[in-house]
Design a protein around this ligand. Sequence first.
Ligand code: MN
Length: 157
Amino acid sequence: MPRFVIQQHAATSMHWDFRLEVDGTFKSWAVPKGPSTDPRDKRLAMAVDDHSLSWGDFEGVIPEGEYGAGPVIVWDRGTYENLREEPMGEALEAGHASFWLDGQKLRGGWSLRRTGERRWLLVKRRDEEADARRRPTSTQPESVVSGRTIEEVRKRG
Ligand code: MN
């Protein structure tokens, strides 16, 4: 199964980097508010450069002066299943993907839909895993790798 990872990243502004393994690389989006388990929330997801699969394991502080300087934690990770007929790469080229996440925090169907050159919307699908009240970015802030919060990583590296 292909992997997904969500890295919380306190750069110039806080965001959650949402990455899907597609054809040997991590297709990536920066989600300023993070993923929501409420199907009514349409979360802006800005497409950013592909990242190597090895970057998905990174947790620590990107040094001052480097692009994206600031702390990063692995907020969630796991595998996903493409819910559409066409291969994931083609679905993303066409601007609409639908997938089932099987992570440590997030489960269920999500969709990604392109609405502008780099603008996409990440939305929870209406299924048994949808939950309007869960707010996992607030209630489960810790890294799934180390148990640390992004502020702990910021202070101690
Ligand atoms: Mn980032």
